[in-house]
Design a protein around this ligand. Structure first.
Ligand SMILES: [Zn+2]
Length: 149
């Protein structure tokens, strides 16, 4: 049987991955494990996070998170931007892609001892599991994502 007509929806409460047939997505499906109504529209674009939102959006995320810590004056960061957009689409519902402007959010930068930009943080279940420094090619970032999934 083809799986093309169903989507995987992670439960934002317990983290269980639910397979929902496309045909049923209008029925407000519930999580098979904890019965919480499922949010069917995980973002397909990077979400903007800040020092204030970091705990909730990143550390408490039920999905693994890739955080692009960037700065407006950083040339290589501009090369990473489109890669983050592509990854957010490709891993929609599996990985949350986030962007944090270090100039505006210095507390996160100092907490994770970020000394060079861009720095990518990979966070799973509230733990920093990997740090990638520099404007790496998409394939290398994806390899790190696959290690985390
Ligand atoms: Zn659940």
């Amino acid at each position: 049987m083809s799986t093309q007509n169903s989507i995987i929806v992670p439960c934002l409460t317990c983290g269980a991955r639910n397979r929902v047939p496309q045909a049923r997505t209008n029925d407000t499906p519930r999580c098979g494990k904890c019965k919480t109504p499922l949010s069917l529209n995980p973002p397909d674009h990077p979400v903007i996070v800040s020092d204030a939102l970091f705990q909730k959006e990143v550390m408490q995320s039920s999905l693994p998170v890739l955080v692009d810590c960037w700065a407006p004056w950083c040339g290589p960061c501009r090369a990473v931007g489109p890669v983050m957009d592509a990854l957010a689409k490709k891993y929609q519902g599996r990985v949350k892609v986030a962007k944090l402007n270090l100039d505006d959010n210095p507390a996160t930068g100092s907490r994770y001892s970020i000394t060079s930009v861009p720095t990518l943080l990979l966070v799973k279940n509230g733990k920093l599991v990997n740090t990638l420094v520099g404007a790496l090619p998409q394939a290398q970032i994806e390899a790190a994502i696959h290690q985390m999934l």
